[in-house]
Design a protein around this ligand. Structure first.
Ligand code: PMV
Length: 323
């Protein structure tokens, strides 16, 4: 039996992170220059049910039976089998690789889950609908942090720009006018769970103030949606700046993120903000396509360990340049 492979893109949150956990809208888009890949190959001499899981990026090589109940990769495989009603897989190896930086706000955990779920389902002979794939990936995300909004698994499963409100049906965004963003990586790993946990403590300590911050973010995400769908992406720069200021007030920026946001703006970006959980990880900047290289260069000169230039468009994004 030939090996079965599946991939899933990274993602960036254009507007609304953190507030989305508290029911406000957010906008996210796939980033296809970075991807997770899962390959399932049959082990013809292995015993039925022996599933070897290999994730060389994180030094993991273990049989599925040896993985703890709450191991994310184990949960992705077991959840898939349960959804298909399959008790045992034929002996096989599930190998996972990813070029998405870990704990960096680009959705690496959800992308790994989606790639595994698709590959294992196809290997087991069943195709799962996107809705089920997204729901299974959400279950895995629950292990990474207790209160995921569901935006990561949604945008990564459907691989399209989305307007997302927790608990509501997904709304795919139409983009009459594509736009370009530069993504800059601080190189600082920052688990989403820590930032989400700190925001939660701060919200508990001063609920009124945080509800106001979240309302402001929600208003920005809504305004951004109107601008995107009206084909006026040039309005997004100012909205990004406003969103970043609110994330700063929530306490999820960092000196490295501030440096990169500043570097993007002085190099000619129309606006910039941190993206994802914050405290490290990545930021994004809206640019005119002619300014993209200059902004990427200035980010690199100010500490970015990697920059990606990507076009946000519907239905898929496309590679412009990667440095
Ligand atoms: O850091 P990431 O890429 O996992 O993005 C998290 C986005 C948050 O809004 C901070 C959390 C969530 O579950 O929506």
């Amino acid at each position: 039996m030939p090996a079965i492979s599946a991939t899933a893109p990274g993602k960036t949150i254009l507007f609304g992170e953190h507030a989305v956990v508290y029911g406000r809208p957010a906008i996210a888009a796939p980033v296809s220059q970075v991807r997770a890949r899962a390959i399932v190959s049959a082990d013809p001499r292995g015993m039925s049910g022996a599933v070897l899981v290999q994730a060389p990026d994180v030094g993991l090589e273990a049989y599925l039976d040896e993985l703890a109940e709450n191991h994310p990769l184990g949960q992705a495989i077991r959840g898939t089998l349960a959804a298909l009603g399959v008790k045992r897989l034929p002996a096989c190896t599930v190998r996972v690789n990813s070029t998405i930086p870990v704990a960096a706000g680009l959705g690496s955990g959800a992308a790994v889950s989606v790639a595994i779920i698709r590959a294992v389902a196809n290997f087991a002979g069943g195709a799962l609908p996107d809705e089920t794939i997204s729901a299974l990936a959400y279950q895995v995300d629950l292990l990474y942090h207790g209160t995921p909004s569901g935006i990561d698994n949604t945008v990564i499963t459907y691989a399209r720009p989305v307007y997302f409100v927790r608990g509501q049906p997904i709304q795919m965004l139409k983009l009459p006018e594509p736009f370009t963003i530069v993504i800059g990586d601080t190189g600082v790993q920052s688990p989403t769970s820590a930032a989400v946990g700190d925001v939660h403590s701060a919200w508990q300590a001063d609920t009124g103030r945080f509800e106001q911050l979240f309302d402001e973010v929600g208003r920005i995400a809504w305004a951004a949606r109107l601008a995107i769908e009206a084909g006026r992406p040039q309005e997004l720069g100012e909205l990004m700046d406003e969103n970043h200021a609110l994330l700063y007030d929530m306490g999820v920026s960092s000196p490295e993120l501030e440096q990169l946001v500043w570097a993007a703006r002085v190099a000619g970006a129309q606006g910039a903000k941190l993206c994802g959980g914050g405290r490290g990880g990545n930021m994004i900047a809206l640019v005119d396509v002619t300014q993209a290289q200059a902004v990427a260069q200035n980010l690199a000169q100010n500490g970015a360990v990697r920059t990606i230039i990507t076009t946000i468009q519907s239905p898929d994004d496309s590679i412009v340049w990667r440095g």
